[in-house]
Design a protein around this ligand. Structure first.
Ligand code: ATR
Length: 278
């Protein structure tokens, strides 16, 4: 029988996940079908109950449900707990288990661009919203040398740091965005996790990169546009840049692996995503 998988979000109309996962099922000869379920914010519990009834095999979870879904699941994996959000659910013999593959997916993609080990790197994370949580947790769990979170609202950066320190020790600094901009020459990896630069605000940058190191890697989680203004400026300077397509593909590939035990072809997934993004 066809196994049912899906995405819970609102809105989901423009999601590239159905195409990406359904193609991977086909490539690997798996009898699976992935559907994007548009679930309004106040209907999440009903949706999860209904999908349990239909014996859903696995789920992705996106905005606005990543945090709220946690209370409707039977178990949460440790990294997802540390992040405080779930983007992947696996049905194991009727028990729904929550994971978060965002941070790990991001790191898998970032590692292909690095010129020195993560553990020797001084990393700046710009932003302290939901997206920053996954990145900070994965970086700190992987033992990055020094991690700084810079945000306009410093309290939100403090909150992410303190949440992490409840679970494990780590070398995490917190800075106002303006200060980080002045100190930019210190960092080996600079990561934008804010939505500044995302379509339609394509002319904005979260930070000036005038003082960035020539050997730095400049990374942006945004994939629409594929090359944000920030990355365009980085490319002009001739530094290594890294866009958000890899994170999107790798978080999906990790979810797929958890659902099926099979590694999908991430090159093919990337092709599909790039086609969709035009
Ligand atoms: P998400 O959960 O998708 O990461 P979010 O929670 O709205 O989104 O977080 C957005 C991030 O972008 C925050 O770090 C926010 O900074 P504040 O915490 O100070 O609000 C940052 N951000 C958004 N617009 C910004 C702007 N114009 N200047 C500076 N930071 C901005």
């Amino acid at each position: 029988m066809n196994k049912l998988y899906g995405l819970l979000g609102h809105p989901v109309g423009h999601s590239m996940s159905p195409l990406m996962h359904n193609d991977a099922f086909k490539q690997l000869g798996i009898n699976g079908y992935y559907h994007a379920f548009d679930v309004p914010e106040d209907k999440l519990k009903e949706a999860v109950d209904a999908l349990r009834l239909f014996n859903i095999s696995g789920l992705n979870v996106t905005i606005p449900h990543k945090v709220t879904i946690m209370e409707f699941l039977d178990e949460i994996d440790e990294e997802a707990l540390m992040i405080g959000a779930v983007n992947t659910v696996v049905n194991i013999e009727g028990r729904l288990i929550g994971y978060n593959t965002d941070g790990r997916g991001y790191l898998t993609s970032l590692l292909t661009k690095l010129n020195k080990p993560l553990k020797d790197s001084n990393v700046l994370v710009i932003g302290a919203g939901g997206a920053a949580r996954g990145i900070v947790t994965a970086l700190a769990n992987d033992g990055v040398a020094l991690l700084t979170i810079a945000n306009r609202t410093i309290e939100k950066a403090d909150e992410i740091k303190n949440h992490y320190l409840k679970y494990r020790e780590a070398n995490i600094n917190v800075l106002p965005l303006k200060k980080a901009q002045l100190n930019l020459a210190r960092y080996d990896i600079v990561i934008n996790t804010t939505s500044i630069g995302m379509s339609p605000r394509v002319d904005e940058v979260p930070i000036s990169i005038d003082h960035i190191k020539q050997t730095a890697v400049l990374s942006d989680l945004i994939y629409n546009p594929i090359e944000t203004k920030l990355l365009q400026l980085g490319n002009k300077k001739g530094i290594i840049t890294h866009n958000g397509v890899g994170m999107f593909v790798e978080q999906g590939a990790l979810a797929f692996l958890k659902w099926t035990g099979k590694q999908p072809d991430t090159e093919k997934m990337t092709k599909i995503v790039m086609q969709q993004l035009g």
